[in-house]
Design a protein around this ligand. Structure first.
Ligand code: NAD
Ligand code: DAU
Length: 362
């Protein structure tokens, strides 16, 4: 199996590549990543090293890589660059070969400050990937988000399903919605062999420290105070990144072409509840009126609640999430950030300096 994984040096993509290498002994993975600020070479470095020259701390990954020549390569390029993307996708000629398209600008706060890179990567980038898949008749899985559906009220009994209408709120979610629409059109008009998945909020190792959970964990590890937007009433539907990726692999192998699958693990929690859990697990929950974190300026247009109904994905594909205890997953994630300071420390200061320009303690 040969895969081109766009965005494979980012959070979910890099964890996906690691899962593929563990589970598919003969896989050959080409990561196509423009190495934006969100990418981290260190997330893949041990996979790319030639066996015998050191490499992974992960026993399963090391055993796999030792069995033959290194099978992960990193091509640093923009997926909107049609010439490079086309050259890589043209090499996918086997029956199990595919493109898994993770590449995107992914952070809502950044999309509010600077929308253009989101239009470029998420829409123009997806267009270039689609055109190459069409030209070479290559199978595509497009990775998308639950944010395309807008938000729900806190007491809304309905969750998002594949039939929910699109109603994106931010420049980020609007460009992801645009990309999904392109994929649907290329399936219908040109017969491109594609599937789409829309997943809820991921957490786990190797997530950029601009995002909610790793930001709070690394703030505490760094002696800074955690930061909660507004009252913290907003609800997110958390899923461990490995569960997201096991669903993507299941869709690749068993999904029906042209279909959209929703991925979620029934992990709804308010931001306040997640923040409180992190502070407790890390021993900084304060006494008296101080709960150990600051409330800060809210995000403009802040979506209130996301919630996924993944019944179809579970029942049709036989997929089940494994990490269903958020507290346990948070502890594992805290342990990873504590043990891998080299991975995040070089970018932490810059991220916090950027937040400091707009954020005020309430
Ligand atoms: P991320 O920001 O951590 O990683 C994105 C990667 O894409 C980075 O390595 C970046 O360098 C690369 N990239 C960006 N523009 C590119 C371009 N034009 N060409 C090539 N590479 C480019 O994001 P993530 O959290 O890993 O998200 C991956 C995908 O999953 C995105 O499509 C996102 O919309 C989707 N998604 C994310 C979540 C979540 O909770 N993080 C949930 C559902 C869906
Ligand atoms: O739902 C899927 C989406 O989840 C993905 O499509 C996005 O790529 C991903 O970034 C994520 O979007 P969110 O905006 O929900 O994630 P973020 O980590 O930025 O914020 C999660 C919640 O926490 C949100 O309600 C805002 C809040 N927040 C965020 C930060 C960074 C805080 O309260 N404090 C913070 O410091």
């Amino acid at each position: 199996m040969r895969l081109v994984v766009t965005g494979g040096a980012g959070f979910i993509g890099a964890n996906f590549v690691r899962t593929v290498i563990r589970e598919h002994p003969h896989a050959h993975v080409t990561v196509l990543d423009s190495m934006t600020y969100a990418a981290n070479r260190a997330s893949l470095e041990d996979l790319i090293k030639v066996p015998g020259e050191g490499g992974s701390d992960d026993d399963e990954v090391r055993a796999h890589l030792a069995g033959g020549p290194a099978r992960v390569e990193l091509v640093e390029a923009d997926c909107a660059d049609a010439a490079v993307t086309d050259r890589l996708i043209a090499e996918l000629t086997g029956p199990d070969d595919a493109v898994v398209h993770f590449a995107a600008e992914s952070h809502n706060d950044n999309s509010l400050a600077t929308p253009w890179p989101f239009v470029h990567s998420n829409i123009v980038g997806t267009y270039a990937v689609l055109e190459s898949c069409r030209r070479h008749d290559v199978r595509l899985h497009h990775v998308s988000t639950d944010e395309v559906y807008g938000d729900l009220q806190l007491d809304d009994p309905a969750k998002f399903t594949p039939a929910t209408a699109y109603k994106p709120s931010s420049p980020y979610s609007a460009t992801k919605a645009g990309a999904d629409m392109l994929v649907r059109a290329w399936v219908r008009s040109f017969g491109v062999r594609a599937t789409i998945s829309n997943c809820s909020n991921n957490y786990g190792p190797r997530q950029h420290v601009e995002k909610f959970i790793p930001r709070q964990i690394t703030n505490i590890l760094d002696g800074r105070r955690p930061r909660l937007y507004g009252s913290g009433a907003n609800v997110r539907d958390w899923i461990h990144v490995d569960d997201h990726n096991s669903a993507v692999l299941r869709i690749l192998s068993h999904g029906e072409l042209g279909r959209t699958y929703l991925i979620g693990a029934d992990g709804e929690h308010s931001n306040l509840a997640v923040m409180t859990a992190i502070c407790e697990l890390m021993g900084v929950a304060g006494s008296g009126g101080d709960r150990g974190f600051d409330h800060v300026t809210d995000r403009p247009g802040h979506d209130l609640r996301y919630a996924i109904d993944a019944t179809v994905t579970r029942e049709e594909l036989g997929w089940e999430p494994r990490h269903t205890d958020l507290r346990e997953g948070l502890q594992q994630t805290i342990d990873w950030y504590a043990a891998n300071r080299d991975w995040w420390e070089p970018v932490k200061e810059r991220v916090e300096a950027r937040y400091a320009q707009t954020e005020r303690v309430l």
